[in-house]
Design a protein around this ligand. Structure first.
Ligand code: GLN
Length: 446
């Protein structure tokens, strides 16, 4: 229509805003507007896309928040980046993140913390904090993140936007710099449910270059949600969720969302997840164990930074000492210990058994309800620096997101009001491949 921006004008407006931003949300911004005339005919019509820095982007810095990858420009695109480019999106920028996606506040980035656009003294959540902050601040129409234990859902909640962690295996991990391979999954951030659905509808699919990708059984069947009501939808609230340990304002917003759901025709009942309380414990063995193995490749030889030294072993040691951050080293130490001979059965094998029990809890629960609902995070965005000295209190941010990651099932975070003037997120989780049902419910509640 007359007065609409064309794709190039839109891209230029976002590019200029992103280059001038003061949140530290971007670590790289496109310095020119590409020729988007051909993209106008594609389904995503040249819409600019912000991409978390751990996705490989051809010829563009991909540093995963780490000094050890400073200046690394991959020779290829991650599969999802290529899929979205084929659908018409154009790379607007790379977004700041916790180093190797380890964190819940974006304070573990070697490129500095990201500020929450609602209050610049507070964290945006993490690890995909740059992507969430960019979308919330209008510095990108939508963005890609990754979620290993909550890193899409928690920053979406803390920044007041929509974030979807898809079913594990529905999206390719090829070209994502790995943290914990059995948990990592890419997903969209958007300002509303429809945009999140649209972006995800172009991301899923089996990829021969990722042996754990399966695509979707109902290939290409992600439908844009349309329903206004929730008649007959059975929602489950975990029965040990009593509001204890949850900030009162978050709990009030959560209960109000349940009332809204009932008003739209849903029923709400209690469901048992007897092993979910062990999720954090299992996760903090499994994720560091896989990370310690994945991060062995950063040795100063193959990628990124290299420390000067006279012999090879000193070079390895010094490179990893000088260019990896504290949290990354902590995870490598925990993971290496958990995998070491004599401790493997006590830690890693036990954690895998707990993981199976948690996955079974969800299967049992979904025999009685369609979706499980919780607050996404027990609190609103906290002040920068408030939890950096206490890793355990930081890890508690993910108490509601981690069991879902261990089970491999999909979940979405949707804004559900404010507490102390800051956004609260509602988490909706469903059985594997139930993204359509989750998106429909979220759309009706939005
Ligand atoms: N906060 C969790 C961690 O630090 C989850 C991070 C993520 O999902 N990438 O491991």
């Amino acid at each position: 229509a007359a007065g609409d921006l064309d794709a190039a004008e839109l891209f230029t407006a976002y590019r200029e805003a992103a280059a001038a931003e003061d949140l530290n949300a971007y670590t790289w911004v496109a310095d020119q507007t590409p020729d988007l005339s051909a993209a106008a005919a594609l389904p995503l019509r040249g819409v600019p896309l912000a991409v978390k820095d751990l996705f490989c982007t051809q010829g563009v810095p991909s540093q995963a928040g780490s000094k050890i990858l400073e200046g690394y420009r991959p020779p290829y695109d991650a599969t999802v980046v290529a899929q979205l480019a084929a659908a018409g999106t154009s790379l607007l920028g790379k977004t700041n993140q916790d180093e190797f996606a380890m964190g819940s506040s974006n304070e573990n980035s070697a490129y500095g913390p990201v500020k929450n656009p609602w209050d610049h003294t507070r964290v945006p959540g993490g690890s995909s904090g740059g992507s969430a902050a960019a979308v919330a601040a209008g510095l990108a129409p939508w963005a890609l993140g990754t979620d290993t234990g909550g890193s899409i859902r928690q920053p979406a909640a803390l920044c007041g936007i929509v974030g979807l962690k898809p079913t594990y295996g529905s999206v390719s991990r090829y070209g994502m710099i790995a943290f914990a391979s059995s948990l990592d999954q890419a997903g969209p951030f958007a300002r509303d449910v429809t945009d999140a659905a649209l972006l995800y509808s172009h991301m899923h699919g089996r990829d021969p270059r990722d042996a754990t990708s399966v695509g979707r059984p109902d290939a290409d069947a992600i439908a844009l949600p349309t329903g206004e009501r929730l008649d007959g939808l059975r929602l489950g609230v975990p029965d040990d969720l009593t509001g204890e340990g949850v900030e009162p304002g978050v709990w009030t917003a959560f209960e109000a969302a349940l009332e809204t759901a009932k008003g739209l025709g849903a029923t709400v009942e209690r469901v048992a997840l007897p092993h979910a309380g062990y999720g954090l414990n299992a996760y903090y063995v499994i994720a560091p164990a896989e990370a310690s193995s994945n991060l062995a490749r950063f040795d100063g030889v193959r990628y990124g930074a290299r420390a000067e030294a006279d012999d090879l072993i000193t070079m390895y040691t010094k490179t990893r000492h000088d260019y990896m951050g504290t949290e990354v080293k902590r995870r490598i130490l925990i993971g290496t210990y958990a995998l070491s001979s004599g401790f493997y059965d006590a830690y890693y094998a036990s954690a895998q058994k707990v993981r199976t029990l948690i996955a079974r809890d969800f299967t049992t629960a979904f025999a009685g309800v369609d979706l499980i609902v919780t607050p996404t995070s027990p609190g609103v965005a906290f002040p920068l620096g408030a939890k950096t000295e206490d890793p355990l209190s930081m890890y508690l941010n993910d108490i509601f997101t981690i069991p879902i990651s261990l089970a491999g099932i999909p979940a979405l975070s949707l804004p559900c009001g404010l507490s102390e003037g800051l956004p609260v997120g509602l988490q909706l989780a469903g059985p594997a491949f139930s993204e359509n049902r989750i998106l429909e419910a979220a759309y009706a509640l939005e």
